[in-house]
Design a protein around this ligand. Structure first.
Ligand code: ATP
Length: 567
């Protein structure tokens, strides 16, 4: 089984440091909602700003070296509900869900095994199981079944029929000559045996009672606009930012006079009434998306799909995500949406799961979305694109320069589609919170460093890419005398307009370094006795621990260099 991070422990670290807090914690919290603390808000802002800078303001050239034209939008969260009828969300944005007749809790049916693997009773059971050898000790599991198991999941097969379940596990787990089973497989063995031995349904993750049948349940959050709470006043909180872009496609074309291909980007909140919010912020009910709809000629759409798919994967690596942990996966025919010509999920190996999980989907959506809005709005002509440049360029051998006149000659449909068509759309759709979580997981490192006396000590260091680091530099006067605080304050004030910097004069310098390591600050700048003599300071690198003497006037340049985008 892969090494797993204890998400409860990790969430506590994130809380203690001020990265992420549970929403409304003083009232017991609310499932699926999170707040970002002082460090977290800077981290997430840096992520969104890096995305905007690299994808919207300065995307790399296209497949033939051409400039990429991108603009932004900021749409309302509540839109005319007809948008969501046209997009298909009202009818089909739902997940298969199973209700537990025992405790009344709902579970997402298509993720049941993964959810079961994370349940309290499974985690308690795992403590009796040796994940390194993949073996278990039958008497320990028997003791669990008769003790903790009775309390946590009295209906579980292992609790009801421990002898039968254990003999089954002996053949399937200990008897397995190949690799040890994954956590989900192990869970499945426990529950499969339950099915075979007792004829019960799969167990509820919360209480172990047999679950009911799967039913589709809508994920749309509903509200009402206006004081009358009627069917007519019903509105939805947007479940994605994309539809605001499609609904404004014509407005953007008219106000910017952009020509294909071009992209429209939006960053904003989305809401999904997820059946089983889980894995810290990974699956929340309120989250932020960073979405691009890239409109292009149908004949060129495949190359644009490949451009965005490759670029988006590369972007994560340039921000410090190790390539080995990034797993782009082309969706299979069984999972891809019916209108999609191709979809690649860029997945990340989060430490809470043995399977990679989606960070972003890059979808070739064909003409589906614009086609739907053309149909439902009754304004089909607004969604057709006339490619004037191509029409003018292809004038050779034509008797008229007027497209209207030419249409009267009944040209073949394939010829017409060269000039007038519904654009195809490539959609790279990323989650700002999911990437923030990936960045937090990837950055979290425990290493050994020498303490003040030269002894080895364990430090926690958040190895954020400098562009994403919440604090770029911390400034320390070595001691609070001999003019050092004044010089340190002057440097702090000089850097503050440019970067998020932090001034700390409390405690031993070693302690101050540790605090900044935990916050992921790439540079610690110390003003010491020598500063008064030659106007230099030391800059300590968070990762290498190397200290360099640098002229005060050069400090800003050192930080700026580390923040240069690298896509
Ligand atoms: N509940 C959620 N919490 C946090 N981020 C989310 C959530 N749902 C979607 N996202 C983010 O929005 C992106 C685009 O949304 P999309 O509709 O493609 O997700 P999805 O395929 O439904 O995701 P999943 O399969 O994980 O439910 C996802 O890749 C993810 O980063």
């Amino acid at each position: 089984m892969p090494t797993r991070i204890d998400m409860a422990k990790f969430a506590k670290f994130c809380k203690d440091m001020g990265f992420v807090y549970q929403s409304s914690e003083i009232y017991g919290g609310i499932n699926g909602f999170w707040d970002y603390g002082p460090l977290g808000v800077e981290l997430k802002r840096n992520i969104k700003e890096a995305w905007w800078q690299d994808m919207v303001r300065n995307p790399p050239p296209g497949p033939s070296g051409q400039e990429i034209r991108m603009v932004g939008l900021d749409c309302s969260i509540i839109m005319n509900p007809k948008v969501w009828v046209a997009s298909g969300h009202v009818a089909t944005f739902a997940d298969p869900t199973r209700k537990c007749p025992g405790c009344g809790k709902f579970t997402r049916a298509d993720q049941l095994w993964a959810i079961l693997a994370e349940s309290d009773w499974m985690n308690s059971l795992l403590q009796e199981f040796d994940p390194v050898t993949g073996k278990y000790d039958s008497p320990r599991l028997m003791k669990w079944a008769k003790g903790k198991g009775q309390k946590l999941a009295p209906n579980l097969a292992l609790v009801k029929n421990p002898e039968v379940t254990l003999s089954f596990l002996a053949t399937r787990v200990n008897g397995q000559p190949e690799a040890p089973p994954s956590l989900q497989e192990f869970t499945r063995y426990v529950a499969t045996e339950q099915l075979e031995a007792t004829g019960l349904q799969e167990p509820c993750p919360a209480c172990g009672a047999p679950l009911g049948e799967a039913k589709q349940v809508s994920l749309m959050f509903e509200s009402h606009a206006g004081l009358d709470k009627t069917e007519e006043s019903k509105v939805y909180l947007r479940p994605e930012t994309a539809q605001g872009i499609f609904a404004n496609y014509r407005n953007v074309l008219d106000s910017t006079r952009l020509k294909l291909p071009f992209g429209i980007a939006q960053v904003g909140k989305a809401f999904r009434n997820e059946v089983t919010p889980r894995n810290f912020t990974f699956r929340s009910r309120e989250f932020e998306q960073m979405e691009i709809e890239f409109f292009c000629h149908p004949a060129e759409s495949q190359q644009w799909y490949e451009y965005w798919r490759d670029l988006r994967k590369k972007w994560y690596s340039t921000l410090g995500i190790q390539s080995d942990n990034l797993k782009p996966r082309e969706q299979g025919a069984d999972e891809v949406a019916f209108y999609s010509i191709g979809t690649t999920d860029i997945e990340y190996l989060f430490p809470f799961s043995d399977d990679p999980q989606e960070l972003e989907g890059v979808a070739h959506r064909g003409a589906y979305d614009l086609g739907q809005h053309a149909k439902h709005s009754g304004m089909a002509e607004k969604f057709m694109y006339f490619d004037e440049e191509r029409w003018n360029a292809d004038s050779a051998g034509r008797t008229t320069n007027s497209f209207k006149e030419w249409m009267k000659t009944n040209p073949p449909a394939a010829d017409v589609e060269k000039y007038q068509f519904t654009p195809h759309v490539i959609e790279p759709s990323a989650g700002a919170d999911r990437f923030t979580l990936a960045v937090l997981c990837e950055a979290y490192t425990e290493d050994k460093v020498p303490d003040a006396k030269g002894n080895e000590e364990t430090r926690v260091v958040m190895k954020f890419h400098p562009r994403l680091a919440p604090i770029k530099a911390a400034i320390f006067p070595l001691v609070n005398k001999d003019g050092m605080p004044e010089r340190a304050t002057a440097l702090y004030r000089a850097l503050k307009p440019h970067f998020n910097v932090f001034y700390d004069d409390k405690g031993a310098v070693g302690r101050r370094y540790r605090r900044q390591d935990e916050a992921g600050t790439p540079f610690c700048i110390t003003i010491d006795g020598q500063t008064a003599e030659d106007d230099t300071v030391t800059i300590r690198d968070r990762d290498t621990l190397k200290q360099e003497r640098v002229k005060v006037a050069d400090v800003r340049g050192v930080i700026e260099k580390a923040l240069t985008p690298g896509v």
